[in-house]
Design a protein around this ligand. Structure first.
Ligand code: AMP
Length: 446
């Protein structure tokens, strides 16, 4: 991901132009929006590795793909995520539809949209559903390493399941994903934030506690103290940390049903050999959660240590106007996974098997035919385009990362052979009959 800070962007008119040194008008160069990154071709293979591994894991657990729009009605997120949260208060890209004035929002997360779709299409009418999605999310946060304004999530949701078996299943899926990617230095934190009446009872205790520490509260905390005191536990404001540490612990006061659920989850994790730490301060930044919540964290990414987070949201469907539907899910940030993989030295390439260099009209035609025959066998082949000497073509062949160069000139056309030059191992080049090129080239595959 090209996350290098861009030089201060200048304000330009939509048709912006300036004047070049010679006096001729030149259009102003446009740049990507701050916090919204390009993923360049050299960076994309690692993204694809993450996405492919995730698709495999989703399929292995019977999760099926569900795709929801990037734009939804603003009310969906306000109601779902909660209006006293950072996301809804400060971070949403919200705009009025110019044609009818509807308030629309670029999705800051996927769960609310998925639950809306499940209700709209009666997805769980006959049976519960396991679904996944992946794609861009949008939050107007202050960009920094691991935190962007357009970022990408992998997302899995189990709709219509009471748990705690599916809660454990989702944590195990992520453990399997880390293993598949060879990811080290990640650990699991879990907590239970109980049921709605547990939180209601706890509210008064929290308000009373933080009122006693009013001097350390920042403006957000002051505002949320009565609207949503649980949110205060999520604050990163340094002077509040001691008060947060001393706050009464909700998990010690949850009711019997939520406790039994949590114990079911920990028993399943113990049986699966998955280590975890119970963190009583883990509340997550969205209001729709209840009962178990979890986060996979790393120490290797500085302040943005949360790789994936999720939990149960049994009340969300009813909040969105549907029938009550128990459910749980998680989201995992692709940028942070890629950063972590890179930090751990992972690389990925998308080099072709062969690069075909050619000189002369007949050779150009033969190059295309040879390349097609290799592609028929499933190999990736780049045919040189744009002319140039064989020497310059060989430079391109090398830069492409191909395992072999296939060189075709008049001699090869006349003989019906191809000169095969291994590019990644020290081995002599040789003339190979066209029929044997695929097999010989494949023997040099990385
Ligand atoms: P959340 O929906 O806030 O629980 O986020 C779930 C995951 O998405 C986090 O653990 C991160 O990996 C990722 N994430 C959230 N916000 C951002 C962001 N602004 N930039 C990059 N990744 C993010």
């Amino acid at each position: 991901m090209s996350t290098t800070e861009k030089p201060g962007s200048q304000v330009i008119s939509p048709r912006g132009s300036d004047t070049a040194a010679g006096g001729a008008p030149r259009a102003t160069r446009l740049q990507a929006v701050r916090g919204m990154n390009d993923v360049l071709p050299d960076e994309a293979p690692l993204w694809q590795r993450v996405e492919d591994a995730a698709r495999t894991v989703f399929a292995q657990y019977g999760y099926r793909n569900l795709r929801v729009p990037v734009v939804e009605a603003t009310a969906l997120f306000v109601r779902g995520i909660g209006d006293a949260t950072d996301i809804v208060e400060k971070e949403m890209y919200t705009f009025a539809d110019r044609l009818n004035g509807d308030s629309l929002t670029l999705r800051p997360e996927a769960t609310a949209g998925i639950v809306r779709a499940a209700i709209e299409h009666s997805l769980t009418y006959e049976r519960p559903q396991r679904v996944w999605t992946m794609g861009p999310m949008f939050r107007h946060e202050r960009p920094q390493k691991g935190r962007y304004r357009q970022f990408h999530q992998l997302d899995a949701e189990a709709l219509g399941f009471e748990g705690p078996d599916v809660d454990a299943e989702q944590i195990m899926m992520l453990a399997r994903l880390w293993k598949a990617l060879g990811l080290a230095d990640v650990s699991l934190k879990i907590n239970s934030i109980g049921d709605a009446d547990d939180r209601l009872r706890h509210r008064a205790l929290l308000i009373e506690h933080f009122e006693r520490h009013r001097d350390v509260l920042d403006a957000d905390a002051e505002r949320r103290l009565h609207a949503n005191p649980l949110r205060l536990l999520d604050s990163k404001h340094p002077p509040m940390q001691e008060a947060i540490r001393l706050a009464p612990r909700l998990i010690d006061r949850i009711g019997a049903p939520a406790r039994a659920h949590f114990e079911g989850l920990t028993a399943a994790l113990d049986a699966a050999g998955i280590a975890y730490e119970v963190d009583a301060r883990l509340v997550r930044g969205l209001d729709y959660y209840n009962r178990p919540v979890f986060e996979w964290v790393t120490g290797a990414l500085g302040a943005q240590g949360a790789i994936a987070g999720g939990g149960r949201y049994d009340g969300l469907a009813a909040l969105l106007g549907g029938k009550p539907m128990p459910a749980c899910g998680y989201a995992c940030g692709i940028e942070r996974l890629v950063l972590l993989l890179r930090e751990q030295g992972a690389t990925a390439h998308d080099a072709p098997l062969a690069y075909v260099a050619h000189a002369g009209d007949a050779a150009a035609r033969m190059a295309l035919a040879v390349a097609e025959s290799l592609r028929d066998r499933g190999h990736a082949v780049v045919v040189h385009a744009g002319g140039g000497s064989l020497k310059s073509q060989m430079k391109r062949a090398d830069a492409s990362g191909a395992a072999v160069a296939l060189i075709i000139g008049d001699d090869e056309v006349a003989a019906g052979t191809v000169t095969l030059k291994p590019l990644r191992v020290a081995a002599p080049q040789s003339a190979v009959a066209v029929a044997d090129v695929a097999a010989r080239a494949a023997s040099y595959a990385a």
